[in-house]
Design a protein around this ligand. Structure first.
Ligand code: ADP
Length: 397
C-alpha cells in the first residue's frame, strides 16, 4: 500500500508518498507560500531532477490538489491513479491528554482537534485545515492523525505536573505535554534496532536538535520525561525560543518595560534563543561560523545552548537512574559534529566517551562513541514521515 504523509503548516506543507511494501519514499515535496504571492511546489523523486511548479495557490485545498496532480502527472508523477493512495497520515501537533496513540480521523476526532487548538494555536489550526482539504479532495480515503504529543503521554504526574494550583491542571489542562514525540520515538526504537538490543533493556536519551529542540528520556521504550512542556517553548534554548527562564521575568518585563502580552510573547518565542543571545541569526550554521571567526556573542550563544543540553542529559540520567544510549538527531544533531562534541565531552563521569574521529559524520546512522564507552553515543537521522506512514498502515490494516 502507498501512503501519503502530510505535514501542514500555516503557509507551507510538506508531503511524502511512501510505498509501504518496502518503505521506500517515492516522492517528497514542499509547498511554500500558500495563500501568498509566489506559491511554489518543489518535488524530489530519486533519480530525477528536482521539479518546481510555480502557480498561485490560494489555500491549502488548492495546494493539496496540486500535490495530487503532481503525483499523477505524466512526466513528473509517480502513480497512475489517485486510488493508489491507500491512506493519508497527517502530522498533528497537539492531541491533548486524550490521544496517547495515533487514530483514524472521525468527526469526533476533528471536534477534539478543534478543542485542542487553544493549546497549540499556531500549529493545530493549519493541521485541521490540511485534514479538511484532504477529506474534500479524497472523500473515500482513510485519514489518520499522528500526534507530536502522543509518545509522551506515558509520563507520570510527577513528571508532567507543574508546581501550580492543581485546579489549573484539572480545569485548564496546564501540564507538560512534550512535543517531537514522533521523532523521539523513531530514533529511540531505531537506535535499539541498530544496536541489536531489545528496547525494553535500554535507558535512552534522545536529543532532537533542530530549530525547535528537545530531549526525551526513554526508559524501556517509554517516554518518562521530556524537555518541552505545556508548549514547545520550555526546555532547551532554541533558534529563537528562550527555553527555560524564571517565570517571574515575564510579569517583571510587563511592569518595568511596559511590554504588552503580544510583545512579551514575541520576545520569548521569536527574538530569544541563540538569535537573541548572538544578535546574528537563528540558524546554527551562521552562529558556528561567526564563533569560529571569533565573534564573542556567537560563542556565548553556543556555550549557553550546549550547557543547557548537558544539564538535561544530567536530569534525565538521574530520572532513569542511568543511561545506556545517547542519540543525536534533527538538523543540528545529525549534521554538526562540533555541537555533538561540545555536548558529549566532559561527561565521562556518566560513562559517555565520544570518539572524535567517528564523530566526523553528517546525516548518517553511526555509533560515535569509543569502543569501550559504557554509553553508546549515536547519530540517528530522524524520519517522522516514515513513522507517520507506519502508524497509518497499522491502523488501516
Ligand atoms: P526544524 O525542522 O525544527 O525547522 P531542522 O531539524 O531542519 O529544524 O534543523 C535546522 C537547524 O539545523 C538549523 O539551525 C541549521 O542551522 C542546523 N543545521 C543544519 N545543517 C547543519 C550543519 N551542517 N551544521 C550545523 N548546523 C546545521
Amino acid at each position: 500500500m502507498k501512503i501519503l504523509v502530510i505535514n501542514c503548516g500555516s503557509s507551507s506543507l510538506k508531503y511524502q508518498l511512501i510505498d509501504m511494501d518496502n518503505e521506500a519514499c517515492l516522492s517528497q515535496g514542499l509547498v511554500e507560500r500558500i495563500g501568498i504571492e509566489g506559491s511554489r511546489l518543489t518535488q524530489k523523486v530519486e533519480g530525477r531532477d528536482k521539479y518546481v511548479l510555480t502557480v498561485p495557490m490560494k489555500d491549502h485545498k488548492d495546494a493539496i490538489s496540486h500535490v495530487i496532480r503532481t503525483l499523477l502527472d505524466e512526466t513528473q508523477g509517480v502513480i497512475k491513479s489517485s486510488d493508489e493512495i491507500g491512506a493519508v497520515g497527517h502530522r498533528v501537533v497537539h492531541g491533548g491528554e486524550k490521544y496517547a496513540t495515533s487514530v483514524i480521523i472521525t468527526d469526533e476526532v476533528m471536534k477534539d482537534l478543534e478543542e485542542f487548538s487553544v493549546l497549540a494555536p499556531l500549529h493545530n489550526p493549519p493541521n485541521i485545515i490540511g485534514i479538511n482539504a484532504c477529506k474534500e479532495l479524497m472523500p473515500n480515503t482513510t485519514m489518520v492523525a499522528v500526534f507530536d504529543t502522543a509518545f509522551h503521554q506515558t509520563m507520570k504526574p510527577k513528571a508532567f505536573l507543574y508546581g501550580l494550583p492543581y485546579e489549573l491542571y484539572k480545569e485548564n489542562h496546564i501540564r507538560k505535554f512534550g512535543f517531537h514525540g514522533t521523532s523521539h520515538k523513531y530514533v529511540a526504537f531505531r537506535a535499539a534496532e541498530i544496536l541489536g538490543k531489545d528496547i525494553k533493556d535500554l535507558k535512552i536519551i534522545t536529543c532532537h536538535l533542530g530549530n525547535g529542540a528537545s530531549l526525551a528520556a526513554v526508559d524501556k521504550g517509554i517516554s518518562i520525561d521530556t524537555s518541552m512542556g505545556f508548549t514547545p517553548l520550555e526546555g532547551l534554548l532554541m533558534g529563537t525560543r528562550c527555553g527555560d527562564i524564571d517565570p517571574a521575568i515575564i510579569p517583571y518585563l510587563m511592569e518595568v518595560k511596559d511590554y504588552s502580552y503580544d510583545e512579551v510573547n514575541d520576545i520569548i518565542n521569536k527574538k530569544s534563543g541563540v538569535l537573541g543571545l548572538s544578535g546574528i541569526s537563528s540558524d546554527f550554521r551562521d552562529i558556528e561560523e561567526a564563533a569560529a571567526q571569533g565573534n564573542e556573542r556567537a560563542q556565548i550563544a553556543l556555550d549557553v545552548f550546549h550547557y543547557r543540553v548537558k544539564k538535561y542529559i544530567g536530569y534525565f540520567t538521574a530520572a532513569m537512574n542511568g543511561i545506556d544510549v545517547l542519540v543525536f538527531t534533527a538538523g543540528l544533531g545529525e549534521n554538526s559534529p562540533e555541537t555533538r562534541e561540545e555536548i558529549a565531552t566532559n561527561l565521562e563521569y556518566f560513562g559517555i566517551n565520544l570518539d572524535k574521529e567517528k564523530n566526523k559524520v553528517r546525516g548518517k546512522e553511526r555509533i560515535i562513541s569509543t569502543d569501550d564507552s559504557k554509553v553508546k553515543v549515536m547519530v540517528v537521522p530522524t524520519n517522522e514521515e516514515l513513522m507517520i506512514a507506519r502508524d497509518t498502515l497499522e491502523l488501516v490494516k
